[in-house]
Every structure is written in structure tokens, then in C-alpha cells.
Design a protein around this ligand. Structure first.
Ligand SMILES: Cc1cc2nc3c(=O)[nH]c(=O)nc-3n(C[C@H](O)[C@H](O)[C@H](O)COP(=O)(O)O)c2cc1C
Length: 240
């Protein structure tokens, strides 16, 4: 079983967030997981240029390290999204990575996989990080298993380390159990409405979002998801 961890802390492998993630990962390793961690701060992660090529042609115009993460999670069973809280939200680095993943929000690559969130803070705002990253995981297709967060007293002293470690290890074990048992998670109303919106958007713009359209069409998602049914005057089937 393979786990891919994406860490958006500017402190990389030395970060408090990575420390908490390592407890999740170690618990997974004890249950047979092979893990690969991407510390975004050690990689070249350029900003999205908003050109739309990923939705049209299917690939990205930028040649940097981001596709390595996307390639890794194709063969993963488990995905961890990790970010400390920076001014009540994820870090700029994590957001840059998420923005570069926009095509995957249109063409979810994590269906059948399981995800969890790791965050840290000085004590305020981490719930927004969990809410945002858990929603991202779900829109990307993963079953959302849970989160763990820790409070660090400046600069690096973790509050209640034993409790945080225990929660992190439980989360690691739970991820493995979910994957082994092929657990299913009902979609939240928020994710259903986001997918409904995407279906409408892709259908209406199918001449521009060609790669998205082909992906959805192949999977029958225009028919299967309530609200994504094409309008009756919808036009050409092949999007031409
Ligand atoms: C730019 C910046 C913004 C921050 N904003 C918040 C915040 O809104 N709430 C909070 O509780 N801590 C905030 N912190 C503190 C970090 O979340 C905290 O130190 C965290 O443990 C750092 O994790 P790391 O070692 O993984 O980078 C901020 C730190 C920085 C550098």
C-alpha cells in the first residue's frame, strides 16, 4: 500500500507539521505502507499562469516539479495533505500547489483512494485549514478519513505531544483500515454541489474544456451525477 504526503510548510522536513505527519506515516509503515513525501519548499513549484491549457489540451505548460506529485498519487492508495496555519489558512506554498492541481479538480484522480489532513498552528485558525484541505481531497475524489493538528508554542514546542502523537498514529492506522476494507464515504452536500457545478461548467464550455469533457463523458458522469445532465438544447455530443 502506497502513501503520498504533500507538505506545504516553509520549514520542509524540519517543520512541526512534518513531525506530526511522520507519526501518521510511521503508523502506516508499521501496517505495511510505503510512503513518499514531497516537501514543497524543497521543490520547484511555479505559480499557475491561468492559461487554461490543462483543461483544454490536458497537460500543463509549466515544466517544474509539480507533475512529480501528480504522477506519484496515480499509483497511491493514501494521500496526506499537510500545511501549517498561516494567517488563518494554508500556506502560500500549499495554495500554489493546489492551484497547479486545478485540472485534477476537474478530472478527479483520487477516486477509490483515501485522504487525511495534517496541520499545525500557534492556536488559532487551524480549523479553516482542515476544512479547506479536506474539501480539496474530497473534490479530488478521495474518501476523507480525518485530520490531526498540533499547537506549537513558539518557536517549536508542541503542546501535549503525547496526545497529538496518539491521534496521529490512530489516523495512520485508520487510513490503512479504510483502504483494506474499501470503506465508502458518502459525499457531503458541499461536494455534491461542487461536482454538479463542475459538470455544468464543463458541459457548457466543452469546446474550451476539451480534456475535461472527454474525461467526464468516458465515465458517464454527465448522466450519473444529479444536476450534471446536459441541457435539452445542449448541442453536439462530441463537443465539436
Ligand atoms: C506567516 C505566518 C502566519 C501564521 N499565522 C498563524 C495563524 O493565523 N494562526 C496560528 O495559530 N498560527 C499562525 N502561525 C504560526 C504557525 O502556524 C506555527 O508556528 C506552526 O506550528 C508552524 O508550523 P511548521 O513548523 O510546520 O511550519 C503563523 C506563522 C507564520 C510564519
Amino acid at each position: 500500500m502506497k502513501l503520498v504526503c504533500v507538505n506545504g510548510s516553509p520549514h520542509g522536513a524540519e517543520s512541526g507539521t512534518a513531525r506530526i505527519a511522520s507519526w501518521v506515516i510511521d503508523a502506516g509503515r508499521r501496517a505495511g505502507v510505503v510512503a513518499e513525501t514531497f516537501h514543497l519548499t524543497e521543490m520547484e513549484v511555479q505559480r499557475c499562469r491561468g492559461c487554461g491549457r490543462c483543461m483544454n489540451a490536458g497537460d500543463c505548460a509549466i515544466d517544474d516539479d509539480v507533475p512529480r506529485v501528480h504522477a506519484a498519487w496515480e499509483t497511491a492508495d493514501l494521500v496526506l495533505f499537510c500545511s501549517p496555519t498561516h494567517v488563518f489558512h494554508i500556506t502560500d506554498l500549499m495554495k500554489t500547489f493546489i492551484d497547479r492541481t486545478v485540472a485534477h479538480f476537474h478530472r478527479p484522480p483520487l477516486e477509490g483512494k483515501y485522504g487525511a489532513v495534517v496541520t499545525s498552528s500557534a492556536g488559532m485558525g487551524e480549523s479553516a485549514v482542515v476544512r479547506y484541505l479536506s474539501n480539496c481531497l474530497q473534490v479530488l475524489g478521495a474518501g476523507y478519513v480525518g485530520s490531526v493538528s498540533g499547537v506549537f508554542r513558539p518557536p517549536t514546542r508542541l503542546w501535549d505531544p503525547d496526545v497529538v502523537q496518539e491521534r496521529a498514529e490512530l489516523l495512520g492506522e485508520e487510513l490503512v483500515t479504510c483502504a483494506r476494507e474499501r470503506r465508502t464515504f458518502p459525499l457531503t452536500d458541499e461536494v455534491i454541489s461542487q461536482r454538479r457545478f463542475l459538470g455544468e461548467l464543463i458541459w457548457r464550455n466543452r469546446k474550451i474544456f476539451k480534456a475535461d469533457y472527454v474525461y467526464w463523458k468516458k465515465r458517464g458522469w454527465f448522466e450519473s451525477l444529479p444536476g450534471t445532465r446536459p441541457p435539452s438544447n445542449g448541442g453536439d455530443e462530441d463537443g465539436s
